[in-house]
Write a protein that binds this ligand. Structure first.
Ligand code: HPA
Length: 234
């Protein structure tokens, strides 16, 4: 047990998939895992462990935003022995050519701030995905006939950002999309020698006024989970 994760020793697998929403963690575990068992429900943040193709996997909610994800990533790695962590989530497109439902593999994750800033002080650390995981995810996409967009994303502190000019600056620097968790996941994983990746689906394009309908969200979560499972375990 750790402060925010009630799992007993050994109940968390070395491979952990992290959707933001705890109910999506429940749906994913019941849909993809064999023998899924609830291992955490502290504060309503659900985590399940089961097997996929004979491999033990935990699917655990991260909550929204870097402070929440940071708590779970720290405890999963430091207290429960997680070694491979893959965020599966949605993002908002920054580039006009990105359509709803397209898959992004986040090679790097920039941010304005993160819970790790206190450690780096004046240094500007460059949070990046684990190369092996990124390669495997690209291969898993290929096997599924999906063409992923691979590149940099931006992890924001605000969903309702009052600085639309920032998006324009990010777009000019080739950033693909905005979400709210990956930069901290990459930093916590790097700090503790774990592997991390974020597999994302474009759920909205605010400039174009586009938003993914709920049914398509569920379908896209299924696609991301399959890619994440194949990348970490195949
Ligand atoms: N901004 C931040 N996070 C998000 C977005 C967005 O537009 N869409 C999905 N997650």
């Amino acid at each position: 047990m750790s402060i925010h994760i009630g799992a007993k020793p050994g109940q968390i697998a070395e491979t952990v998939l992290l959707p933001g929403d705890p109910y999506r963690a429940a749906w994913a575990a019941n849909t993809f895992l064999t023998g899924a068992e609830l291992v955490n429900d502290t504060r309503g943040m659900l985590g399940y462990t089961g097997t996929w193709n004979g491999h033990r996997v935990t699917i655990h909610g991260s909550g929204m935003g870097m402070p929440s994800l940071s708590i779970y990533a720290n405890e999963l790695i430091r207290d429960h022995g997680a070694k491979t962590l893959i965020r599966v989530g949605t993002c908002g497109a920054v580039q006009p050519h990105l359509g709803l439902g397209e898959i992004i593999l986040a090679m790097t994750a920039s941010s304005r701030s993160s819970p790790s800033d206190g450690i780096f002080g004046q240094l500007r650390f460059a949070p990046c995905a684990d190369w092996g995981l990124l390669q495997s995810a690209a291969r898993a996409c290929d096997d599924k006939g999906v063409s992923p967009h691979i590149g940099g994303i931006f992890s924001s502190d605000a969903f309702y950002d009052e600085r639309p000019d920032m998006i324009e600056t990010l777009a000019r620097h080739g950033v693909l999309a905005v979400e709210m968790e990956a930069a901290e996941l990459y930093q916590v994983a790097a700090r503790h020698g774990a592997r991390a990746l974020a597999v994302l689906t474009v759920s909205d394009n605010r400039d174009a006024g586009l938003e993914m309908p709920p049914k398509q969200r569920e379908q896209s979560l299924g696609d991301m989970l399959e890619i994440a499972l194949h990348s970490s375990l195949a």
